[in-house]
Write a protein that binds this ligand. Structure first.
Ligand code: WT7
Length: 655
């Protein structure tokens, strides 16, 4: 197999951080970034030890890193507690009365939200300790796995921190997952406890969480206790002896609960993510390395400053919620804003309304959301004053240059730096990202590696490729927040991540570096298509389509083609005000020919109303391939958000 991926999308715009932003930030220039990065690579142990010394340890390490490829141990011999660092350490530093969490529930009437709650660091510690004692009272012990299936409310954060405080590992399941997903994950994690709610608010209605748990538990009797938070007040069945209300569980519990000194390598959590085989993988993260990696990346990537009000829109059910809503953010003592519901409830101005009312300074969201806002139109944005923003982020998939520009101009008023952060559930922390006061940004690239990260583009044998040669994105040195394995499946860890390229962690992504060394992610390697010998990253084709004024969103997949090996099928969602026509199809094909090359003209262009997505917003390309191939959808669709999309796509116009 040839490893070079043809890359033709050119982007020449460069944006420098403003001198005022740089002057006030932790890393003030490219020289400063380079000297820190060089030190972090030449002497990772002293670099990471220095970062770790900013945190609290019951006992410090004997050795910073023990590396026996592919097995890493960080801060060997140390004892610490991540919940203690996020709470007690802040209180000891004088932040007890500072805001830890600002929460806004979804329900909204008469032009305002019906529920806003604020918790200081001291109040949050009290709630965490009380709930930690409740967990102990139902029998949770150090080393147990606790399943969390909650809406995005402060109790979700309280539960995670309570587990961390007593040394139980959490396994958070996103509230949009079905009962089948709960059963599978409970069984794989061998979890005896579930923390859930009657329901949560989403898009003007409620999601019946407890009902899904009841359904899931028909298929397994592993679970001994279920704690149920009363959130929506809808009626639920409580199984005597097994189910207990949250308010009953905490009644009479003390708000004093000593933090368990955890070994550096004790399991902190398991988080399930999808793999190419379909069976979800329980990604394992341990205590100290994850703590230090998420602490430092939050500090530098988001340039956290004392008066920030920080909002990461991710649900705690994803790694972004774990690392950058909960652990990294609280460990930096910042004020974390949390919103329970949907971005378009009651309409597409909700996020902008929130930013204005709460004076959010740092805003971190996903390209799929940005494209949805672009599609909805500027009227929603224009009604709001977004001048509190000083920094914005993007995560989850490559951000098309056009979406980046829209975000930059209309949300950031051409003033706020954008950090396009590349990382994975497995990496635990940002790996490739701008440092906002230092790195000049270009729309569509995650730019340069974070400190301590030795990222490279290589071929299958691990040989580094030259500028603009597309290849495999690998990490060549261990980093503190790296996954420590796959729960219940130790062999899969080595096979999945450390076998494709000898001696290196293979990310599964294809990418190239430009002449400035910037990384351009081209998508997952299995999303790479080979057309007439040209290997193309589908993300680039999609960006070319989205650059057309009529296109809101697109997905390109490879389909079998007699002559070319693989052909291309493009699914296109139009912005409101545009309609499908053969003339537009021709224009889009010309657009690709212009931006990428004639060889990349799609074989099919299909206009569609929506794309099949997982609940986390990832396009399910496999389903699109099946639709484009004309054979109907056969594979597993349990993670699909909206089943109607598939029916409509199958009937969509093909070219
Ligand atoms: C995959 C990891 C990291 C939290 C959310 C997703 C893609 C992620 C970017 C980015 C281009 C990106 C990659 C990666 N990805 N961020 N900024 N630019 N691609 O976590 O579900 O583990 O997915 O998401 O393909 O490998 P995940």
């Amino acid at each position: 197999m040839s490893d070079s991926i043809t890359s033709s999308l050119q982007e020449h715009r460069v944006f420098q951080p403003s001198p005022e932003f740089s002057r006030r930030s932790h890393v003030k220039s490219m020289d400063h970034y380079r000297s820190l990065w060089t030190r972090s690579i030449d002497d990772p142990e002293s670099f990471w030890a220095e970062a770790a010394r900013e945190l609290h340890w019951f006992k410090t390490w004997d050795k910073v890193l023990d590396w026996n490829e592919p097995y890493a141990k960080w801060f060997v011999g140390a004892k610490t507690n991540l919940a203690y660092n996020c709470l007690d350490r802040q209180i000891d530093a004088g932040r007890g009365n500072s805001t830890a969490i600002i929460f806004e529930g979804e329900p909204y009437a008469d032009g305002k939200p019906l529920e806003i709650r604020k918790l200081t660091y001291r109040q949050l510690r009290d709630e965490v300790c009380q709930f930690a004692n409740a967990l102990k009272s139902i029998g949770v012990k150090k080393g147990d796995r606790v399943t969390i299936y909650l809406p995005m409310t402060p109790e979700a954060v309280v539960t995670m921190l309570a587990c961390a405080r007593i040394g139980a590992a959490h396994s958070v399941i996103f509230g949009g997952f079905s009962s089948q997903a709960i059963t599978d994950r409970v069984i794989d994690a061998q979890s005896h406890f579930i923390i859930t709610a009657d329901g949560g608010y989403r898009r003007g209605t409620t999601v019946a969480l407890k009902k899904s748990v009841d359904e899931a538990l028909k298929a397994t009797d592993l679970v001994k206790k279920v704690i149920v938070l009363k959130r929506t007040g809808e009626s639920v069945n409580m199984t005597p002896g097994r189910d207990v209300w949250w308010h009953d569980a905490i009644a009479g519990q003390s708000n004093d609960c000593p933090a368990e000194p955890m070994d550096a390598e004790d399991l902190l959590f398991v988080l399930y993510t999808s793999g190419s085989t379909g069976k979800p993988k329980g990604i394992q993260h341990t205590t100290a390395g994850y703590m230090v990696g998420t602490y430092l990346s939050t500090k530098y990537t988001f340039d956290i400053q004392p008066n920030d009000i920080y909002w990461c829109t991710a649900d705690i059910g994803w790694i972004t919620g774990h690392s950058y809503v909960v652990y990294g953010a609280l460990n930096n003592g910042t004020a974390v804003f949390m919103y329970e519901g949907a971005p378009n409830y009651p309409d597409f101005s909700r996020f902008w309304d929130i930013i204005e009312r709460h004076k959010i300074t740092i805003f971190y969201t996903a390209p799929t959301a940005i494209r949805a806002f672009m599609k909805a139109g500027l009227d929603y944005v224009k009604k709001h004053n977004l001048s509190s923003l000083r920094l914005m982020g993007s995560v989850g998939e490559p951000i098309n240059p056009e979406a980046w520009m829209w975000y930059h101009e209309h949300i950031g008023s051409s003033r706020c730096p954008i950090v396009d952060t590349w990382w994975q559930t497995e990496t635990g922390m940002h790996m490739i990202t701008p440092i906002p006061g230092a790195t000049p940004t270009k729309p569509g690239t995650a730019t340069l590696p974070f400190f301590g990260v030795d990222a490279a583009i290589v071929d299958r044998n691990g040989n580094e490729l030259g500028p603009n040669e597309g290849g495999l994105l690998v990490i060549r040195k261990p980093w503190p927040a790296m996954l420590r394995g796959i729960f219940n499946d130790p062999d899969r860890y080595k096979k999945q991540y450390w076998s494709d390229v000898p001696g290196m962690y293979f990310t599964g992504d294809g990418a190239r570096r430009d002449h400035d060394g910037y990384f351009w992610i081209m998508g997952r390697v299995d999303d790479v298509v080979n057309v007439s010998g040209h290997r193309l990253g589908t993300a680039e084709l999609e960006s070319a389509l989205v650059a057309h004024p009529a296109v809101a969103e697109s997905a390109v997949v490879g389909i079998p083609h007699e002559m070319k090996g693989q052909g291309l099928a493009a699914f296109v969602i139009l912005k409101s005000g545009y309609s499908a026509s053969d003339a537009l199809k021709k224009e889009l094909s010309d657009q690709i020919a212009r931006e990428i090359g004639s060889f990349a003209r799609p074989d099919q262009i299909r206009f569609a109303e929506g794309l099949p997505k997982t609940r986390s917003g990832k396009i399910m390309r496999r389903l699109l391939k099946e639709v484009a191939g004309g054979g109907g959808v056969k594979g597993d669709v349990t993670t699909l958000e909206d089943f109607n999309v598939i029916a409509k796509l199958s009937a969509s116009d093909e070219g």
